[in-house]
Design a binder for this molecule. Structure first.
Ligand code: HEC
Ligand code: HEC
Length: 361
């Protein structure tokens, strides 16, 4: 048995990986269409979902779909979006090619697992304090959902999971999840928990309503930082919106840069030197900072990096909205066609993103 287990495990991974690829590519209906005594929803569910979520939705590789607390927590829109978008980079595939009515059939079938009333979608925004939410998340949630909401490690296959955690924790920073879940749904999951799973009620654990709002805002903030991080690989400009005032944002940037071992060189208005001081727009500010080790090592690779060093971040307030921007060193390095330089430009790009994300959190 000791020898068999790893083999079984590997086999299982292959089956799941194969299945998942197949599903993303959009299985057609043909495999089971001869099974006429099954309702269409059941047939489709059996074909596309059973392998992971179990024939009665009691879970397996996927989380359970039949639990009353889950069903009472999620709207049909949540199910529809989850099926369509999947969970990119996780095991749950995106079913892009199922027709709209097929998805509706599957949803109806999933609803038959439980006679819980179907909740309506409530899409009001919940406002909380992201910084406090981050702390609370670290304290109460990170042990299961990961330090930044990335979910349990691995594919969710039970073999390697500790016995006291029979259900893996879903990724909460996942763009598929965030696009499907409303703030209200996330809040209800935290308030009520999901009986029959390791996810307990955090209201019963003593978290206050405002604590929970803070956590919801923190989870929601992943959506703002994540897509921009992906986009920012290619964009010539790294750009984020800040919820803080101009002055606070500038102070936060400086603090974050110093925290990353940079020295602040100077802060000046963007138009400094171009207009007389009394005409200068103090709602557009550049912060220059430097780390001499980075400067020297980059200059040694290619003196042209002098064009974008020292590091600089621009903070602009326009119509009450504060935006933080930096040029994307990675994009610039492409102009230089020097692979060694690309490496340090990528490091610089990552540092910019870390500093800015810390400053706006
Ligand atoms: C002991 C582990 C554990 C802890 C601690 C924990 N969770 Fe969970 N959480 C889970 C599991 C497992 C699930 C999946 C439950 C299911 O199958 O329905 C879950 C589900 C959720 C869901 C629903 C996600 C979805 O895809 O439906 C949210 C939201 C959530 N947790 C947020 C939190 C927050 C916020 C905290 C901290 C306040 C927290 N969890 C703490 C294990 C945990
Ligand atoms: C290859 C395995 C796999 C297949 C096939 C699969 N799922 Fe999933 N599903 C998962 C996993 C794993 C998760 C947990 C998400 C995570 O890892 O963050 C999940 C999550 C979900 C969720 C969110 C549950 C929650 O707690 O919020 C729903 C709803 C869902 N799946 C429905 C379906 C439906 C419907 C199908 C068929 C059309 C399907 N899944 C097919 C693996 C799968």
């Amino acid at each position: 048995m000791k020898i068999l287990l790893p083999i079984l495990k590997t086999l299982f991974y292959f089956i799941i990986a194969g299945y998942s690829l197949n599903a993303s590519a959009g299985n057609t209906f043909s495999e089971h269409s001869n099974n006429t005594n099954l309702s269409l929803g059941k047939t489709l569910y059996t074909q596309h979902c059973t392998a992971c979520h179990g024939s009665t939705g009691d879970g397996g590789v996927g989380v359970p779909l039949s639990l009353p607390d889950f069903q009472a927590n999620i709207s049909n829109e949540y199910l529809r979006n989850t099926i369509r978008l999947g969970r990119p980079d996780r095991v749950m595939p995106a079913f892009k090619t199922l027709s709209k009515s097929d998805v509706t059939e599957i949803i109806t079938y999933i609803r038959s697992f439980s006679n819980t009333p179907i909740p309506k979608e409530i899409s009001t925004t919940i406002k909380g304090n992201v910084t406090s939410g981050k702390k609370l998340f670290k304290q109460h949630c990170a042990s299961c959902h990961g330090a930044t909401g990335e979910g349990s490690k691995g594919t969710g296959v039970t073999f390697s999971r500790p016995r006291n955690l029979p259900i893996m924790s879903p990724a909460l920073n996942n763009l598929g999840f965030l696009a499907s879940a409303t703030d209200h749904m996330i809040k209800q999951a935290i308030v009520l928990g999901r009986r029959g799973t390791p996810m307990v009620s955090f209201k019963k654990q003593g978290l206050s309503d405002s604590d929970i709002n803070d956590i919801v805002s923190y989870i929601r903030h992943f959506q703002r930082s994540k897509p921009s991080t992906i986009k920012q690989n290619l964009s010539p400009i790294i750009s984020y919106e800040s919820d803080y005032s101009l002055t606070e944002t500038i102070a936060n940037i400086k603090r974050a840069a110093v925290g990353k071992n940079f020295k602040i060189i100077r802060t000046q208005n963007l138009d400094y030197g171009f207009v007389t001081d009394d005409k200068s727009n103090n709602k557009q500010v550049i912060i220059y900072f430097c780390n001499f080790k980075l400067l020297n090592s980059s200059l040694a690779i290619d003196p042209r990096v002098g064009m974008f060093l020292p590091c600089r971040v621009t903070v602009v307030e326009r119509q009450g909205k504060v935006t933080v921007m930096a040029i994307n060193p990675l994009r610039l390095s492409k102009l230089f066609n020097n692979s060694e330089l690309e490496h340090s430009c990528k490091a610089m790009r990552d540092v910019y993103i870390e500093i800015i994300e810390e400053a706006i959190l």
